[in-house]
Write a protein that binds this ligand. Structure first.
Ligand code: PXP
Length: 245
């Protein structure tokens, strides 16, 4: 069986660089075009409440030029759900957001926020938008994502990617494997992301039921030295080697 694991490139950091000078370049929209030309299967952006990198303008332009899939990471606020309903990305990934955090710090606590998550999922799905929820690789959170009506879960690979010993990495990979299996049994699609790079992606690419990986920081970092096209292509090579695409 041919397993196709898609690569969605997160271009937030291109906007971070733009905002460092408050000007108009580099443009995350241009980055998205290059990622797609290099073979990426999707583009991800996170529109944060404080708009510190990606702006509404970026998401609207991306909606009209992305030819693969546009994935919008967003908090479960009324403002974000309304914006998503207007722009209609192909997929919304629900994430927790803490003002001032450097990056998303962990999975969404679906159990604690069940009513709000259910409401957001319902509104987005009724508009034909696929909904994924960023969660820790934890059975209870995955079951809660199913109960909330999600189509997919995105498993947080942060603990795996930050493991400092081989044993710890092995243990975190096992947690991811188990979580991906549980999600599949429940009929949920599986995405994965956070901290993935050309060196640690291989074992993650072989998770059961995996449909998509979302990678931002390492691709944009390596693009500084290798060019964006080269940075996307080397990730695609790992994915294709592992999944026989
Ligand atoms: N998935 C989610 C939900 C995220 O919040 C992030 C970080 O923005 C990523 C994936 C990508 O992580 P990284 O930038 O470490 O590749």
């Amino acid at each position: 069986m041919i397993v196709v694991v898609r690569l969605s490139v997160n271009v937030d950091h291109v906007a971070t660089l733009r905002e460092a000078r408050g000007g108009i370049e580099p443009d995350p929209v241009a980055a998205a075009v290059i990622c797609e030309l290099a073979g990426a299967d999707g583009i991800t952006v996170h529109l944060r409440g404080d708009r510190r990198h990606i702006k509404e303008r970026d998401v609207r332009l991306l909606r009209s030029i992305v030819k693969t899939e546009l994935n919008l990471e967003m908090a479960i606020t009324e403002e974000m759900v309304n914006f998503a309903l207007e722009v209609k990305p192909d997929q919304c990934t629900l994430v927790p957001e803490r003002p001032g955090e450097r990056t998303t710090e962990g999975g969404l606590d679906v159990i604690k926020n069940m009513e709000a998550v259910k409401e957001a999922v319902k509104r987005l799905r009724e508009a034909g938008i696929r909904v994924s929820i960023f969660v820790e690789p934890d059975d209870e959170q995955i079951r809660a994502a199913k109960e909330a009506g999600a189509d997919r879960v995105e498993l947080n690979t942060r603990a795996y990617s930050e493991a400092s010993t081989l044993e710890e990495r092995e243990m975190e990979l096992e947690r991811l494997n188990h979580a991906a299996h549980v999600a599949g049994e429940l009929g949920l699609g599986v995405n994965a992301g956070h901290g993935l790079n050309v060196r640690n992606l291989g074992p993650v690419a072989e998770l059961p039921n995996l449909l998509e990986v979302s990678i931002g920081h390492s691709i944009i970092s390596r693009a500084v030295f290798l060019g964006l096209e080269g940075a996307v292509k080397e990730i695609l090579e790992v994915l294709r080697r592992k999944t026989g695409q």
